[in-house]
Write a protein that binds this ligand. Structure first.
Ligand SMILES: [Zn+2]
Length: 402
């Protein structure tokens, strides 16, 4: 973000395969690729970033995660579209370009409101599907060359957005330069991302995986914006992904006034210790303690002959499973609602994934909740199925049985 070199290694998780690289039975016999999973802290600007970049071609070209399968997200992005239209008085002449547009979850409501839209997303199949559904999406990684071609063909944009995408990109200078080409002089660049404050406060360490290169704060983003002659002029909290921030950026000197909210978030980050190395070292220590306690608990249950299965196979679950070394010797299987994952095995740990009804067939003694930050709604859902008096294991922030 600041091009500084005062980097300090703060978190070292286990080398892990890409979190979405689920395996078929045949794949289990082949060699799996593991990549380092470690985080550095920049003392100069507070940027938190992975030490190792896995090729984006490998991570994103065949991306399978589709945003619009979640009703909560669909609603969220409808509101987001409404916010943009109102704030920036968008009309039929306005153009919005969304970077990392996925299946067009933000573009759809904008188009419905009559605004001109364009998506850019390197996931070839998803981009094609979006285009076929009437939401034109270019299947590229954005760079300055692509940006120039877009401007030649479509004109400059009033608004450029990047939602849950900015932290996936390693050459951020190239992206900001591309955005500057793409946007009008008085245009805006809006980014939504999981917020560092929530990451630390809620101990969301399992959101560390190779797709997430940066863990973003207003302070670190301000550093890159400023260096490249842009400025953050507003920010607001939103609830996505356990706590996200939406920031509004502009070219330096453009018409929007910088709002007090920006300084408010900078102050909050400072007050929470996010500018200090110690905060992150404590964070890493807490994860390691938790791993030790949980491992003792699981081994005790297994020695008593108990059966344990996992609930949910999200990408982040794989960070936890690999770092805690939890494999099929502990979890007989995992259930997940995603048809894409059913019948496959978890990356690195090789636990089979089944549909939900497997639980009522095998009636396990314990259910290990991998999506632990949603433990309460999951337990509510499962209690209505009355599973054999089974109990729940919640791994984090403190290993406990309910
Ligand atoms: Zn820095």
């Amino acid at each position: 973000m600041c091009k500084g070199r005062s980097l300090k290694r703060i978190i070292s998780l286990s080398p892990t395969p890409p979190a979405n690289a689920f395996l078929t039975k045949t794949d289990l016999k082949k060699n799996e690729s593991f990549f380092p999973l470690q985080v550095n802290f920049c003392i100069d600007c507070g940027q938190l970033q992975l030490t190792h970049v896995v090729s984006p071609e490998l991570l994103f070209r065949n991306y399978v995660y589709v945003s619009s399968t979640s009703a909560v997200f669909v609603t969220h992005f409808e509101e987001y579209a409404g916010d943009l239209i109102k704030r920036f008085k968008l009309n039929k002449k306005s153009l919005v370009v969304d970077i990392g547009s996925n299946d067009g979850i933000l573009l759809r409501p904008l188009k419905k409101a009559g605004i001109k839209i364009l998506g850019v997303d390197p996931a070839i199949k998803i981009a094609k599907k979006a285009t076929n559904s009437g939401l034109q999406t270019l299947p590229f990684f954005l760079n300055t060359k692509v940006a120039k071609n877009i401007v030649d063909k479509f004109g400059q944009a009033d608004v450029v957005t990047a939602n849950n995408a900015f932290a996936h990109i390693h050459d951020l200078d190239e992206i900001i330069e591309s955005v500057k080409i793409l946007t009008k002089d008085d245009g805006v660049f809006v980014i939504e991302f999981p917020y560092l404050i929530d990451f630390i406060k809620k101990n969301l360490f399992d959101t560390i995986y190779h797709e997430h290169l940066s863990y973003l704060s207003v302070r670190s983003l301000s550093a890159i914006f400023k260096r490249l002659n842009m400025e953050i002029f507003d920010a607001k909290k939103v609830s996505s992904h356990g706590g996200s921030l939406r920031i509004y950026g502009k070219k330096m000197g453009a018409k929007y006034k910088v709002k007090k909210a920006v300084q408010k978030f900078l102050d909050e980050e400072k007050n929470l210790g996010l500018n200090e190395t110690k905060t992150y070292l404590d964070f890493a220590k807490a994860i390691k303690n938790n791993r030790r306690e949980l491992t003792v608990l699981l081994k005790k249950l297994k020695s008593q002959g108990k059966t344990i299965v996992g609930y949910g196979a999200p990408a982040k679950g794989n960070t936890l499973l690999n770092f805690y070394k939890i494999g099929p010797q502990i979890l007989d299987y995992i259930v997940d609602d995603s048809a894409y994952k059913q019948g496959l095995y978890t990356p690195g740990t090789h636990i089979p994934v089944f549909p939900f009804n497997k639980i009522s067939e095998t009636k396990p003694d314990y259910i290990f909740i991998l999506a632990w930050n949603f433990a309460n709604p999951i337990m509510d859902k499962l209690s209505s199925f009355k599973i054999n008096g089974g109990r729940f294991i919640i791994p984090v922030p403190k290993a406990k049985i309910i």
